[in-house]
Design a protein around this ligand. Structure first.
Ligand code: 13P
Ligand code: SF4
Length: 338
């Protein structure tokens, strides 16, 4: 895999409108490293009728440079179900690529790095769910999409951070098993009367934030607006002004146009949102997701060019998992977290 391609005058011209857009978040000295890949990837996509879906945590050169569709986990699942492309490249983590495959069993779904996992997805197996179902007979299982296809296949319905409460309430029952994120489960429990039986998974990125950090920042920026993801610990959510999925967080910034905002989430979100909201100051620190950061332009190019790293799932698993994802898509988004 080549990590450097020549930066010609022609490539500079072809990519100049993209660079103009993201010049505030990508130093000029770095552009010659990215531009040749962006140019080649965009050209190859047309030839191969491929589409690149990118999660909001992807770096700006991917998010603004080569992605056809960007969004949170729910949007990516919905878009994956609609695409007419022959090849889907998931610029995101493995469970997102699996969801795209579940929705498109006959299409080629590729991920630039098969090792791009997720601490939540790794916290639970299909065997764990089978045991829980025996322990709580008849109680429906709601599974966060941040799980493997095998786990989804053992599930009644999936949810994302954009619709977790709505999904739980859509079942019309008094209690549910809600997996695997312990903090998202606490967040949902705080918003519904339905009893939540949870699991002990956590997101390695969001669990690191503390309410002390948020309160200290408020001392430096008295008008600071704090927007957090529901995978954060409860004290962090309590200290925030708004909590929502990554797309919900972006929409909040677009609608409210705060002067100073702290997005309590993965680092690239602030860079990506800053591009379209130049009048807002994005206060850091933030935490990096090592899995999301495994996806880089040279790997996207290689995977598209050679059609490598195909995501394959057993048909019987797809058939069961698809029902759970489709049920979730039918429920839609929470109106306040859109
Ligand atoms: P969203 O569904 O809110 O985009 O979150 C996905 C994720 O992995 C958050 O850490
Ligand atoms: Fe998983 Fe957290 Fe990374 Fe999202 S940010 S992919 S939940 S480890």
């Amino acid at each position: 895999m080549s990590s450097i391609l020549e930066f010609t005058k022609e490539i500079e011209k072809n990519t100049s409108s993209i660079y103009d857009k993201i010049k505030d978040v990508i130093p000029k000295i770095e552009w010659p490293l990215y531009a040749p890949f962006i140019d080649k990837i965009n050209h190859l996509k047309k030839i191969k009728n491929a589409v690149i879906l990118a999660h909001n945590y992807q770096t700006p050169e991917i998010y603004h440079g080569v992605a056809d569709i960007v969004g949170d986990s729910l949007s990516l699942a919905i878009e994956a179900s609609k695409t007419k492309a022959d090849i889907i490249i998931m610029a995101g983590v493995h469970f997102m690529a699996e969801t795209a495959k579940i929705m498109n069993p006959n299409k080629k779904v590729l991920i630039p790095d098969l090792g791009a996992g997720c601490s939540l997805a790794e916290s639970i197996t299909a065997e764990d769910i089978k045991k829980l179902k025996k322990q709580y007979p008849g109680v429906p299982v709601v599974t966060y999409v941040n799980t493997s296809a095998e786990v989804k296949a053992e599930t009644d319905i999936c949810c994302t951070s954009a619709n977790a409460v709505k999904v739980v309430e859509s079942l019309g029952v008094n209690e549910v098993i809600f997996l695997p994120d312990a903090y998202l489960a606490k967040y949902v429990a705080s918003k519904t009367k339905v009893k939540i039986i949870s699991w002990h998974g956590t997101c390695m990125v969001h669990e690191q934030f503390t309410s002390k950090e948020l309160n200290d920042l408020r001392k430096n920026y008295p008008d600071l607006v704090i927007v957090s993801h529901p995978e954060c610990p409860p004290k962090v959510i309590k200290a925030s002004d708004f909590t929502g999925s990554t797309s919900g967080m972006i929409k909040y910034v677009q609608d409210k146009k705060p002067k100073n905002v702290f997005l309590v989430t993965e680092c690239s979100m602030s860079d990506n949102v800053q591009v379209d909201n130049p009048d807002t100051n994005f206060v850091r620190p933030c935490n990096l997701c090592p899995h999301m950061k495994k996806i880089q332009l040279p790997k996207i190019y290689d995977c598209l060019m050679n059609e490598t790293n195909e995501v394959l799932i057993n048909k019987s698993v797809i058939d069961k998992a698809k029902l759970a994802v489709e049920k979730m898509i039918r429920v839609g988004r929470e109106s306040n977290l859109s």
